[in-house]
Design a protein around this ligand. Structure first.
Ligand code: URA
Length: 230
């Protein structure tokens, strides 16, 4: 990896800030002053110092991605591209929970296992809000069944909130606190209905940033990270 990229990811500012830092002669690689931003380094082997202080490269990072369709929520896959391909970062990122290959929207990626566990454990009751287009009209009996807890073959879902957003388009909003395999699709299937389109728009207090086009991502702010960690 290039040294400017490593320093930027380790918290030494933007690539431009890092370039200036390098030019000033305070960065050393295994004891040698390095001024070129293009210098290749191995973060696992090389000793990099800024102003005599070792660069520690283990900090946690947190991204919000507007996941496009066609990507698998995994770090490797034999057949399809994976969500970690979309993020230019040197940390060992993984997705927080999963969205199906054809589901779009808010997906978090991090290298912080505890944070991921906190958000995905159903015991923590963190809302995950989805927008869905259904193949048929939704009626009060569907809304009540979601509220009572849909029974699937392998488990009974916790109470879920189902709201009709646009009846003409069969556009609904569903709030669940679990994240079982194909959960939202299976909940509708149990009512004899099919999800034609699915997008996650919110996790806990965090809404999908409307400035992110499909496939775009950004770092979470510390306020956002704290809000999700509570
Ligand atoms: N429920 C589903 O069915 N699919 C997803 O991707 C997320 C929730």
């Amino acid at each position: 990896m290039r040294i400017d990229k490593l320093l930027a990811h380790a918290g030494y500012g933007t690539r431009n800030d890092v370039k200036k830092l390098l030019k000033s002669g305070v960065v050393t690689l295994n004891g040698q002053i390095i001024k070129s931003a293009k210098q290749q380094v191995d973060e696992n082997k090389d000793l990099i110092k800024v102003d005599q202080e070792e660069v520690v490269f283990t900090q946690n990072v947190y991204y919000m991605l507007n996941k496009p369709q066609g990507y698998v929520s995994a770090t490797t896959d034999l057949l399809h591209p994976v969500v970690t391909d979309l993020i230019d970062d040197v940390h060992e990122l993984f997705p927080v929970g999963r969205l199906d290959i054809d589901t779009e929207g808010l997906l978090l990626l991090t290298n912080d296992g505890q944070f991921a566990h906190h958000l995905t454990s159903p015991r923590h009751h963190i809302d995950k809000i989805y927008e869905a287009i259904i193949d048929q009209e939704i009626d009060d009996s569907d809304i009540n069944a979601f509220k009572e807890g849909i029974e699937l073959e392998d488990f009974t879902c916790q109470s879920a909130d189902l709201k009709v957003i646009d009846a003409d388009k069969n556009l609904v909003q569903v709030t669940i606190q679990e994240g079982k395999y194909h959960q939202v699709k299976r909940m509708f299937q149990s009512r004899g209905k099919e999800v034609l389109y699915l997008r996650r728009i919110q996790i806990g207090p965090l809404k999908l940033d409307s400035n992110l086009a499909s496939g775009e991502y950004r770092l979470l702010t510390s306020t956002e990270i704290n809000g999700l960690s509570k």
